[in-house]
Write a protein that binds this ligand. Structure first.
Ligand code: FAD
Length: 493
């Protein structure tokens, strides 16, 4: 990395955040709470606007959780819809803009958009962040503290490459409700069985009832049932499934080696739902019972197999599947690639979640400290601003490498890391940090149920820390991935 050591003093900030997705905006919101209206803060992103992956994701994507729980810090939405409403892509992007407007009231916020983060170094206790603008010019900002929230680097899928000349291979970004595909009546094959596949199936089925829509669902995916995680009406008072006991039980069952057995428990749990029998994949997506019913009723065929290619033979296109099976399909059929965004492409370089000295925090899947990047951005920035980032014995896991090797171990490990670190932070962070966490699903429930969760957390977090630490140490030994406290911090302690 090259640094411009002649950078102008006007490019000095209290905090620089790279990544204008939900993780970066949580970092900004939290940092602004420790700063005043004269403090300067910088947000850098390579995209042309704030919003992260939501900027480029397919147009009919909706939040899978009720919208109030997708925010920066505790900034309320201004949508005027009921609490259970699932915001659309454009509403999510508007909320990002609203959060930026709110943060401008708290601090002096600069934005360097269409700007690539190149690297950083800590020089005499100051962080120098080097970036490159769209025109190729190098820009350097110096900062007291730096949050790198480049996160998952999710980009849209490409059309599935096929040999056949008789099918049309597209992506969800081509808009199945309004694009060319919507003007055709030819059969559709959705490739994939996760959240994007469910959104795509629902969009076509509701826009064009009666059209032949099929799904090649891979190994099948199961989802958290939204109606149980966010019960409505009277059920909010006594029904549904609070998140804390669910994830506590999950972590306490996991011993670092028994991920198959634990994931069977997860998929058999009444809190999960699927449109395929015996689903294998789980990515923490949410689906409601009525969505599942609409999708199941509208799909002509659901095939649990993986697409390898589409080839023309005897004048007809055929799906070639991983199992070795072949299926003739209608000429002119559409193939929509919904085969997933995670654990693909090149890995980001590893960086620990904290630098020695605690001035640099990193949110990427190579050094995961919480289940969701938004949570990481929120908590890591509280620790950073309180000067506690390199003090606490948090566990980090290379979730990206583990997820590419073993999805069951990945799911159990990120839940255990999440529960471990939150339990450690309970004793180290002020209560207000938890009270003002707008991302926390527990806040869906009435106060008496939130109080019950608080009592359980206070009573159980010691045992959770001990159990999850032992399980996570075993993950490191069994899977040979980075999983544990940072050795240099442990040595300094
Ligand atoms: C199809 C789909 C639907 C989803 N739906 C939901 C949902 O409903 N609810 C939910 O909670 N989660 C959902 N997720 C998970 C989702 O990824 C997260 O919710 C979240 O929006 C990700 O935010 P992030 O900040 O972690 O990452 P991103 O949104 O990817 O933001 C990272 C930002 O960093 C920038 N960046 C990266 N590298 C650089 C660099 N070198 N220089 C400059 N900038 C850089 C990127 O441009 C990007 O803007 C969904 C994921 C997918 C793929």
């Amino acid at each position: 990395m090259t640094a411009d050591h002649t950078s102008a003093p006007s490019d000095h900030y209290e905090v620089v955040v790279v990544g204008a997705g939900i993780a970066g905006l949580n970092a900004l919101a939290v940092a602004s709470g420790y700063l005043g209206p004269h403090d300067r803060v910088l947000l850098v992103d390579r995209r042309h606007r704030v919003g992260g992956m939501w900027v480029d994701t397919y147009p009919y994507v909706r939040l899978h959780q009720p919208h109030p729980f997708f925010t920066a810090g505790d900034i309320p939405w201004t949508l005027g819809e009921g609490r259970a409403y699932l915001a659309t892509k454009w509403e999510v992007l508007d909320h990002f803009s609203h959060c930026i407007a709110e943060l401008r009231h708290r601090v002096r916020l600069d934005q360097w958009l269409e700007t690539e983060y190149v690297g950083h170094e800590v020089v005499d206790g100051t962080v120098r962040v080097t970036c490159r603008g769209a025109e190729g010019r190098e820009r350097v900002a110096s900062a007291e503290r730096f949050v790198k929230a480049t996160s998952l680097e999710i980009m849209p899928n490409r059309p599935f490459p096929v040999s056949s000349e008789q099918v049309q291979s597209v992506t969800p970004e081509s808009d199945v409700r309004e694009g060319e595909i919507a003007r055709s009546t030819a059969p559709v094959w959705i490739v994939g069985g996760g959240k994007t596949a469910m959104d795509t199936a629902r969009a076509i089925i509701t826009a064009q009832p009666g059209r032949e829509v099929n799904m090649l669902a891979g190994s099948g995916t199961f989802f958290l049932e939204r109606d149980r995680a966010f019960p409505t009406g009277h059920r909010r008072w006594w029904g549904g499934q609070r998140g804390y006991p669910y994830f506590r039980d999950w972590s306490m069952r996991f011993d670092g080696t028994n991920e198959r057995e634990v994931m069977r428990w997860v998929s058999d749990h009444p809190s999960t739902i699927s449109i395929t029998p015996r689903p294998r994949d789980f990515l923490f997506g949410q689906l409601s019972r009525s969505e599942a019913t609409t999708i199941s009723a509208g799909l002509r065929q659901v095939v649990t197999d993986h697409l390898v290619d589409v080839v023309d033979e005897g004048g007809r296109p055929h799906l070639e599947l991983r199992s070795g099976a072949r299926r003739a399909i209608e000429p002119g059929s559409w193939l929509v690639n919904c085969s997933g965004h995670f654990f693909r492409g090149e890995q980001q370089p590893y960086a620990p979640y904290t630098s020695a000295g605690g001035r640099v925090a990193t949110v990427t899947p190579r050094s995961t400290i919480a289940l969701l990047a938004s949570f990481s951005g929120y908590f890591i920035t509280h620790l950073l601003m309180l000067g506690k980032l390199d003090e606490l014995p948090l566990y980090e896991v290379d979730a990206d490498t583990l997820g590419r090797r073993d999805r069951d171990a990945w799911a159990c490990t990120v839940v255990a890391v999440h529960m471990h670190n939150l339990s450690v932070m309970i004793d180290a962070l002020p209560r207000t940090v938890f009270a003002r966490n707008g991302l926390d699903f527990e806040k869906w429930f009435p106060l008496h149920r939130q109080l019950l969760t608080s009592v359980q957390v206070m009573r159980e977090h010691g045992a959770l820390i001990e159990h999850t630490a032992a399980a996570l140490d075993r993950v490191r030994e069994v899977h040979g991935v980075r999983c544990g406290p940072l050795p240099e911090l442990a040595a300094a302690r």
